[in-house]
Ligand binder design. Structure first.
Ligand SMILES: Cc1cc2nc3c(=O)[nH]c(=O)nc-3n(C[C@H](O)[C@H](O)[C@H](O)COP(=O)(O)OP(=O)(O)OC[C@H]3O[C@@H](n4cnc5c(N)ncnc54)[C@H](O)[C@@H]3O)c2cc1C
Length: 452
């Protein structure tokens, strides 16, 4: 790529070794080499990169840490440059009076959590990838996480986004106030837009005071469906756990084979349930849940201290990496159903697995009705892989029949784009494509994502 004064001082590489590193994410999307990778260090450099790309008809692929599960930061086969935000990772401001924080997009979620913890605050969205994913990526995918069952998802905490559009114009969406009712909500349009509308350069987020107490329980069940029924029972019993994470037997086995964390080997299903708040309320809620689990045969282990709690969360966060050790090209879907349909869809998934003879491993944010359904196929076995893709279609049909959605948090990217029209009707799709055209008339920003 020809560099000009327009790009002076911006770190850019066209070395093949670098291009390979930016050609894939954590999904099954086929890797594709970009023409160049740029690492801007500030908003002014992002503006210059966008103007250069627009002048030279080069597409831009925004990228956080590449942990996306739908191929949304994978280049497509056009002239394109990856803009990696990993060097824009500063905390600009923490305002404890207003309970807000302003960050650059490349900061890791866990780095922000750590800094806030010193000051007695926290940022609720906690994707299981929090140690490896960026706030910019979290905003662009509207990431959820275990705590979403009580606190909501990324969109609920984004107040303001400074962003650069495809032609290099700087815009500001949202504001500094907790409430705002001024025109269309551009900020909420940018959240979850998977880098197809604008490049975020600064993000203002709401933060909350750290809760006084946290209590973690592990509920052990003899079968998966019963665990699903317990989820519905607990959530309809007027208590608000902050997490309600499900692990099936195969995910327990996978984690224990990957790095032994001491999960009960006899369990068919586990629920990782956590409460936070004032100590007395936390204790009371935990006791209620223990009682509620009893009729479902749920035995309870209470995490006695921080070390025990950390071990349980380490196990939960290890599931995804552990599964890659079984089938490196497994298909990972993140369907979501109304919460009272969790037990029913778990039964359907079991049937899909039995009928096809293909292992399906389910875990995830059961409290939100959001399951990570892992269809354990290998791309090197074309017949098995074809069968895996057929299961995906059936899974989406079942999900939509329950009035669910084909993605709870990973987004559409490349891998789910062929299925978008199963869920989104013609007129709504036209409106979405119209919005994309207004932001990016030449279609230069993250092409090939969301829409086929
Ligand atoms: C082990 C593991 C566990 C996971 N657990 C969860 C979970 O619990 N919840 C969840 O929601 N997801 C989870 N994910 C998926 C993934 O971590 C999230 O989608 C995350 O938000 C992606 O962040 P990233 O920084 O890696 O972004 P990338 O994957 O690099 O990019 C994601 C999207 O963001 C866009 N983007 C990035 N930066 C910008 C920017 N500055 N401006 C505009 N667009 C931008 C990209 O173009 C792309 O569309 C998990 C992934 C892994 C590997």
């Amino acid at each position: 790529m020809e560099t000009t004064d327009q790009l002076a001082g911006i770190e850019i590489s066209t070395e093949k070794e670098e291009l390979i590193c930016y050609s894939y994410d954590s999904s099954i999307a086929e890797p594709e080499l970009p023409r160049a990778v740029a690492w801007p260090r500030n908003t002014e450099q992002v503006i210059r990169l966008a103007k250069y790309a627009s002048d030279h008809n080069i597409s831009l692929i925004p990228r956080g840490a590449g942990t996306g599960m739908a191929g949304s930061s994978v280049p497509v086969a056009t002239e394109c440059m990856v803009i990696s935000f990993e060097k824009m990772r500063k905390i600009i401001d923490i305002n404890t009076k207003n309970m807000t924080v302003v960050v650059e997009p490349g900061i890791l979620n866990s780095t922000l959590q750590q800094e806030l913890k010193y000051l007695g605050f926290f940022y609720p969205p906690d994707p299981a990838s929090l140690n490896i994913s960026t706030i910019g990526g979290n905003v662009a995918t509207n990431a959820g996480g275990p705590r979403a069952v009580k606190y909501g998802v990324t969109r609920d905490y984004v107040m303001e986004i400074e962003a650069v559009t495809a032609d290099g114009t700087l815009i500001n969406a949202g504001g500094r106030t907790y409430k705002r009712a001024v025109g269309y909500d551009l900020k909420n349009l940018l959240v979850g837009s998977e880098g197809t509308l604008a490049l975020s350069t600064r993000i203002r987020l709401k933060i909350l005071p750290l809760p006084q107490d946290v209590l973690t329980l592990l509920a052990i069940f003899k079968d998966l469906e019963t665990a699903g029924q317990a989820v519905t029972k607990i959530l309809s019993s007027n208590i608000a756990p902050r997490t309600m994470e499900l692990m099936d037997r195969l995910s327990i086995e996978a984690v224990e084979n990957y790095k032994s964390t001491g999960l009960p080997p006899e369990a068919e299903a586990l629920l990782l349930i956590e409460f936070d708040g004032i100590s007395s309320a936390v204790q009371q809620e935990a006791e209620t849940v223990i009682e509620l689990c009893r009729p479902f045969g749920g035995d309870i282990i209470v995490a006695e201290d921080d070390a025990a709690r950390d071990r349980l969360w380490e196990a939960r966060r290890s599931i995804s990496p552990a599964l890659y050790h079984i089938k490196p090209s497994k298909i990972n879907e993140d369907i979501v159903v109304p919460r009272d349909k969790i037990a029913a869809i778990l039964k359907d998934i079991k049937k899909l697995s039995e009928e096809s003879g293909i292992k399906i491993i389910s875990f995830g944010h059961a409290g939100d009705g959001n399951l990570h359904v892992n269809i354990m196929t290998d791309k090197n076995d074309p017949e098995e892989y074809r069968q895996g893709l057929a299961i995906v279609k059936k899974l989406f049909e079942i999900t939509l029949n329950y009035k669910g959605s084909i993605s709870g948090e990973h987004g559409i990217g490349i891998t789910k784009a062929p299925y978008l029209e199963m869920e989104i009707k013609k007129r709504e799709l036209e409106l979405m494509k119209g919005i994309k055209k207004i932001f990016d008339p030449k279609g230069m920003l993250n092409p090939g994502k969301i829409f086929c």
